[in-house]
Design a protein around this ligand. Structure first.
Ligand code: ADP
Ligand code: MG
Length: 728
């Protein structure tokens, strides 16, 4: 068995790296398969081009005639690149991407073949969508869901298919996808942030949210992965003893990338470049076989699409290299899991990063305004941000001493803490000229343009300020970023709107000057946001206690964390900001609770099967060998046999006890599942899966992993960690 396993690895490692890719000029490749502004300029009339740009930048309407022209041009462009099919590409609430391909090819009434694609096909489609989760918004007997063109994310060609990014909405207009609420949240933050940015610069007309994600993942040999039912069906290992050597030597992090991984990365980067995903960095991560890929940041909607697209093509490309990508947050016990840091900021149409300090006191007051408002928003909605990253798979990571804890806090570093301390002492009302000069020169003026704060490497913080952006680190590696980005941008939008209202009120009622009013409101905010600021060790137990004292939520388990999604405060926030109505909010909650149950249910079934079909039979086989051995020894030594067979007898007994524990564990787990399944209330069922089914996983695993250490390697039917985890 072992010989076969290693042959598979070696064959695959002998593949030739893609030399041709390495030698191509990257800048020429970039976005070659994207119908972006460059391609549009070449293919559209000036009028159509301008109308599409208006729709992209200002959300304007595209009329039918122009849509027909855009469709025809898009088709010509796609055909020139050998595309044969087109699809509306969308992100249903499964978190994955969905597509249904149609050929451009069509027949006229007299049977002549032609390549057809009209405005109506570009703008709207009606996929048979009855099988996508809708959380009860759309009854299956009335399964109408529409996809509608999102011109803010350009169409692209993948393989031979023209993919048109779309939103997915129900017949009654409710969002059935992740993108629609995200677009609404981005609109809300644009409006609110533009209003505030105009205090500092009247020429600002638009603010975009920017997102730069860092995607962590594992790469393992495909044939080996395929031999393990847990990896195939759940994306993670449910059993397996840690290898003698794991990550304790720290020799993988930033180490030299194994050849097989590198040839995969080259092809992935090549494809990404063609698709306009600006991939920039690649490196080994902490755990063996763990890697990271990060692009240059982009406008958030585009960046979310690019991440979803990347996750999809990673799997396809890996397969061509006989590799399998694991995006699961915790594919292997005992070594680090994977996350997806979301670097986030706000940027004006005048090119200013609103979270980047500048050279002048005014620029820095603007920076402080956005900086403090963001922290205030996180403080007020920490429970909601936590819930935005909740999933069965991310539960393995948050709070497991390798990723941020499930408690949300903000890290800002020593320097900015001092700035906040100083600002908090600003006197109430009108500031004296001396105080103002002092503030501007000594507090605001002293924020260096680039904050070189070494302590920003506090890896335990879930939400850290890193010089010119915030880094939301609790997002899981398999997550669609739309959800956390929708929440973050909505809470910041709401906060900025409230801020503007307060400042305007002070200007009007107290006759304060604009900057006096701003200082006053910021000072009050600083007092209120203190509980969310934390610079210490997020892994420590003292922090959990301290956080509780401060009133912060600590919900390490998804069913508890998700409740925040349907909190009264949440629903009115989303309604007020025009991001989701109550039905849309509740539908998402239901889908997530249901998904949680299904994930644990599937894992539990797979674990039961492996335990009974692989582990126990293998253990019995080995135990029989031992029994045979003892019988032989008895034959040779007669009554003296015990002297020679005592260790074997001991092993036989141990094996019996492990087998008994595993089998009993599986029986009890199945009973717990039955009990949970009998409950019709989704929420209660999720609680039972979480608290009564899940705990058996560790117990069964413990005894199985003990057996793995005992049983003859020749007999063990599951590929081991040491074979899975070391690509060469
Ligand atoms: P790190 O040290 O965490 O790797 P980097 O500065 O290299 O930090 O950036 C990490 C990620 O942050 C990259 O994906 C980058 O594109 C993104 N990023 C940088 N600036 C911004 C910004 N203004 N808005 C959003 N993301 C940003
Ligand atoms: Mg980072």
């Amino acid at each position: 068995m072992s010989t076969i396993r290693f042959t598979a690895v070696q064959n695959a490692s002998q593949r030739q790296p893609m030399e041709s890719v390495a030698h191509q000029d990257r800048s020429q490749l970039f976005a070659n398969h994207v119908f972006d502004k460059n391609a549009m300029r070449a293919y559209l009339t000036k009028e159509a081009y301008q109308q599409v740009c208006m729709a992209i930048d200002k959300g304007g309407q595209i009329d039918r005639k122009v849509a027909d022209h855009v469709a025809a041009s898009m088709r010509d462009w796609a055909l020139s690149k050998q595309a044969t099919h087109y699809t509306h590409w969308f992100q249903p609430l499964t978190g994955a991407t969905a597509e249904k391909h149609d050929a451009f090819f069509d027949l006229t009434s007299d049977g002549t073949a032609l390549e057809n694609f009209e405005g109506s096909q570009l703008v709207q489609q009606e996929p048979d969508a009855s099988s996508f989760p809708s959380g009860g918004i759309r009854n299956t007997f009335e399964a109408r869901g529409y996809t509608a063109w999102d011109p803010t994310s350009p169409a692209f060609i993948y393989g031979t298919t023209l993919c048109i990014p779309t939103v997915f909405v129900s017949y009654t207009g409710e969002a059935l996808d992740n993108k629609t609420p995200l677009l609404r949240a981005l609109h809300a933050v644009d409006q609110a942030a533009t209003g505030v940015a105009q205090y500092f610069d009247k020429t600002v007309n638009k603010v975009i949210a920017t997102l730069g994600w860092e995607q962590e993942y594992f790469l393992i040999d495909k044939s080996l992965a395929q031999s393990r039912p847990d990896l195939v069906l759940t994306g993670r290992t449910l059993l397996g003893h840690a290898p003698a050597k794991g990550q304790q030597l720290d020799d993988h992090y930033f180490g030299s990338i194994p050849n097989r991984a590198l040839s995969f990365m080259r092809e992935l980067e090549h494809e990404s470049m063609l698709l306009g995903i600006p991939v920039k960095t690649r490196h080994n991560e902490v755990a063996p076989n763990q890697f990271e890929l990060a692009p240059i940041f982009e406008e958030a909607n585009l960046s979310v699409d690019h991440n979803a697209l990347l996750m999809d093509i990673m799997g396809k490309i890996a397969s061509r290299h006989n590799l399998k990508v694991l995006l699961h947050e915790k594919p292997f016990a005992g070594i680090n899991g994977s996350g997806k840091h979301n670097n986030w900021s706000l940027q004006t149409d005048t090119g200013v990063n609103l979270l980047s300090p500048g050279k002048t006191p005014m620029r820095n007051l603007q920076f402080l305004t956005f900086f403090i408002n963001t922290i205030k928003a996180v403080k007020d909605y920490e429970f909601l941000l936590r819930s935005s990253v909740a999933s069965a798979s991310n539960d393995h990571r948050l709070g497991a001493n390798e990723a941020p804890p499930a408690i949300l806090s903000v890290f800002i570093g020593e320097h900015l803490t001092k700035v906040l301390d100083d600002l908090e002492n600003v006197s109430e009302g009108k500031l004296s000229p001396k105080e103002k000069t002092d503030l501007k020169l000594n507090v605001v003026g002293k924020i260096p343009e680039i904050l070189l704060d070494n302590t920003d490497r506090n890896r335990t913080s879930p939400f850290a300020f890193t010089g010119n952006k915030f880094e939301f680190r609790a997002v899981g590696s398999s997550a669609n970023c739309a959800n956390p980005m929708t929440v973050l941008n909505t809470v910041v939008a709401s906060q900025l709107k409230a801020f503007k209202k307060e400042v305007d009120k002070l200007i009007k009622t107290k006759k304060l000057k604009k900057d006096d009013a701003i200082f006053n409101v910021l000072r009050d905010y600083i007092k209120k946001l203190r509980p969310i600021l934390f610079e210490g060790d997020g892994y420590s137990e003292t922090w959990a206690k301290e956080a509780k004292r401060r009133g912060l939520t600590n919900t390490p388990k998804t069913p508890d964390a998700l409740k925040a999604r349907v909190d009264k405060q949440t629903i009115s926030l989303f309604e007020e900001m025009g991001v989701m109505n109550a039905t849309e909010v509740r539908a998402r909650y239901e889908i997530q609770v249901e998904e949680y149950v299904m994930r644990i249910q599937i894992e539990s079934r797979v674990l039961g099967d492996i335990a009974r079909n692989h582990i126990i039979p293998t253990a019995v086989k080995y135990q029989n060998t031992l029994i045979e051995n003892v019988r032989g020894l008895k034959e040779i030594y007669g009554s003296e046999y015990a002297k020679h067979a005592s260790e074997q007898m001991d092993l036989i007994e141990k094996i019996s006890s492990y087998i008994a524990n595993i089998n009993r564990g599986v029986t009890d787990m199945i009973n717990a599942r039955k009990k949970a399944n009998a409950i019709s209330n989704n929420e209660q069922r999720a609680q039972l899966y979480c608290n009564e089914v899940l705990p058996f996983f560790d117990e069964i695993r413990y005894h199985s992993d003990r057996l793995e250490l005992l049983v003859d390697n020749e007999l063990w039917s599951m590929v081991k960690y040491r074979e899975l985890l070391f690509l060469r």
